[in-house]
Design a protein around this ligand. Structure first.
Ligand code: CTP
Ligand code: MG
Length: 249
């Protein structure tokens, strides 16, 4: 049986996350201001106000969401790009269902991957000019500006491609459960692309492990897992209202 979260729950999660992110951001600005004003004594003062480790963890949360943006963008852009030849070329398996269905197309896969990659490159550019060593840069760690740009593009492409592969695996599983194209599969719909994006990001482990899989990165991973259902729902309702998606989920 399909379990549906009431609208209020999504609102509460969304508001809660915003509050958390806002608080994290103000604390990091506050800390920077203290240090600028009082040097190391400012840092000490901040440490007394809020445990330093917690402050770092709080910055990691919005950071992880920031770095996961290419994966978040992949599916909505596949909706815009997708048409034409289906990835399974119309093939039906012995269970009588399509391998993947008409909802997974080559154009969607390629367009979605390129969109995610370009987003990462775009988000990298201001840092390349203003603050190349920033912990918010998509191009870290890299030896020079060129390598940083390549890393930003490649890591974002891998995230977006992984997200779309996860979505393909989700569609494969939905067809095996005899669910038609567009049918709901709670859990799978929200998380197939998250799992896909995170797993494939291990191909660029030097980039992804510090961001999602070690130290404070674990808080970031948790944030991604918590915010994804609300974000997924919001984007799909938007796509539905704009007439780009057949269903609001
Ligand atoms: N899309 C695409 N290629 C992809 C992913 C998505 O062309 N690799 C497009 C399709 O037009 C699809 C739409 O984006 O219908 C919405 O994507 P999604 O919700 O993932 O697909 P569904 O139509 O719900 O199909 P399924 O049940 O197979 O997930
Ligand atoms: Mg769907």
């Amino acid at each position: 049986m399909a379990v549906r979260m009431p609208r209020g729950a999504y609102l509460a999660v969304g508001l809660g996350m915003n509050l958390l992110l806002g608080t994290a951001y103000s604390w990091s600005v506050f800390r920077a201001a203290l240090i600028e004003e009082f040097g190391s004594r400012g840092a000490d003062a901040f440490t007394a106000l809020l445990p330093f480790a917690a402050a770092m963890a709080l910055e990691t949360i919005p950071q992880a969401l920031w770095f996961f943006l290419p994966a978040f963008l992949a599916n909505p852009s596949a909706v815009l790009w997708g048409r034409g030849t289906p990835m399974d070329f119309g093939r039906t398996l012995r269970d009588g269902e399509r391998l993947l269905g008409d909802g997974k197309t080559w154009r969607g896969l390629i367009g979605g991957t390129l969109s995610g990659a370009l987003l990462g490159l775009l988000l990298f550019l201001p840092f390349a000019f203003l603050d190349p060593s920033s912990s918010w840069s998509f191009g870290q760690p890299a030896s020079d500006a060129g390598a940083a740009a390549v890393l930003a593009f490649v890591a974002s492409a891998v995230l977006a491609f992984g997200a779309l592969l996860g979505d393909v695996v989700g569609a494969f599983l939905k067809r095996r459960m005899h669910k038609p194209r567009g049918a709901k599969a709670p859990g799978l719909d929200q998380y197939d692309f998250v799992v896909g994006g995170l797993l494939l990001s291990l191909l660029v482990a030097g980039w992804s492990v510090p961001r999602f899989f070690s130290g404070d990165g674990w808080y970031g991973l948790l944030a991604i897992i918590l915010i994804t259902p609300a974000l997924h729902r919001g984007v799909n309702i938007l796509g539905y209202r704009l007439g780009k998606k057949h269903e609001p989920w």
